[in-house]
Design a protein around this ligand. Structure first.
Ligand code: HEC
Ligand code: CU
Length: 338
């Protein structure tokens, strides 16, 4: 109960701060997360018993065998050299415990890995980059970054299959309320799946140290009613609909296209086809920038484009040293990318 109250407190969003939420493994909302909570409870239960038993024995021993005030003797206590019974007990019991934990974990891992996809499955290809997530929907022919939208499992037959890959080093997918950690490994494809029964936003992060900005490689899963998801996906599949009537937007587009921005970023329907950084075609449909480091609003976006190294030191987007008017124009252009 105490743990739950503490976690609830840590989950509250402080206004003005980005939503760095503490991930909670005790409140799973998808099947893999639920299965894993059972292992967590079992492991915590067993280790709690060991903790209490060992602690109690230590306290008892300290108390029972303390030096008494009237004890003037200079003798050592009786020395015990080996006891087969005790040694066998403390060898066999831990081995049994370890085998129980291995067995239970192996069963859950196999259960998650071998589950066959239900009828209606969404495929998402998630590619880890230092330090952001590329989110591809191969069947829907579109891409986004750092925020995975998926339909809710309202009928009990809807799941999302995640194909996990890496562009550079090892990362790890972890959205604790939905599923346990699965690594994204270069030159290897891993899979996991999630079937959230509740709509809402679930927070996660990279769970394998991957360099300077590892701690700022945040991820969120936005679970939507099926129709909302469809509408979102249809929108994302459209090319950018920049409002070319607006002079500032048009100038911003020209500046953007004249710079190296286009070598690193894609804006569908324009000459920007870079894939080194996040796809910006529908930038404004996201909640955050910089993989969850900043909420997406005018000030943060301007600060980011001015110098990303302020918010995310070491990140792989350089400051492009724009003049103030250029900066305003480029930001207007970015803000037209809905
Ligand atoms: C050398 C490649 C490179 C260049 C050049 C570059 N960017 Fe980036 N950009 C990145 C990378 C990498 C990220 C992701 C950084 C992170 O989250 O760690 C990024 C992130 C962004 C984001 C946040 C996107 C999101 O969803 O988090 C915006 C907006 C952006 N860049 C705009 C621009 C603009 C405008 C320019 C040109 C003035 C530009 N970038 C030039 C590599 C580049
Ligand atoms: Cu990472």
């Amino acid at each position: 109960m105490f743990v739950h109250a503490l976690l609830a407190l840590l989950q509250t969003h402080v206004p003005g701060l980005p939503e760095y939420r503490i991930a909670n493994i005790f409140n799973p909302q998808a099947t893999p997360g639920e299965l894993e909570r059972h292992i967590a409870n079992l492991t915590l239960g067993i280790t709690a018993i060991i903790f209490v038993a060992v602690g109690a024995l230590i306290v008892y021993t300290i108390w029972k065998f303390r030096r008494k005030p009237d004890d003037e003797s200079q003798h050592e206590p009786p020395q015990v050299y080996g006891s087969n019974q005790i040694e066998i007990a403390w060898t066999v019991i831990p081995i049994l415990i370890v085998f129980i934990l291995i067995g239970v974990s192996a069963r859950v891992i196999a259960g998650i890995q071998n589950a066959s996809p239900p009828r209606s499955t969404l495929k998402v290809r998630l590619v880890g980059h230092q330090w952001w997530w590329e989110v591809q929907y191969p069947d829907l022919k579109m891409k986004t970054a750092n925020e995975i939208h998926i339909p809710v499992n309202a009928d009990g037959h809807t799941a999302t299959y995640l194909q996990l890959e890496s562009q550079d080093v090892i990362h790890s997918f972890w959205v604790p309320q939905l599923a346990g950690k699965t690594d994204l490994i270069p030159n290897r494809v891993n899979y996991t799946w999630i079937d959230p029964k509740k709509t809402g936003t679930f927070f996660g992060n990279c769970a394998e140290y991957c360099g300077t900005q590892h701690a700022n490689m945040l991820l969120r899963v936005v679970v939507q009613p099926r129709n909302d998801f469809k509408a979102w996906a249809a929108e994302q599949a459209q090319p950018a609909d920049a409002n070319a009537q607006d002079a500032k937007v048009a100038q911003g587009k020209a500046v953007f296209e004249s710079l190296a921005c286009i070598n690193c970023h894609t804006v569908n329907g324009t000459i920007a086809t870079g894939v080194f950084g996040p796809d910006l075609t529908h930038l404004m449909s996201r909640q955050t920038i910089g993989a969850g480091v900043l909420d997406l609003n005018h000030k943060n976006l301007r600060d980011w484009v001015n110098d990303p190294q302020q918010a995310k030191p070491g990140c792989l987007m350089p400051s492009m040293k724009l003049t103030d008017p250029e900066l305003d124009q480029v930001v207007s252009y970015l803000e037209s990318l809905h």
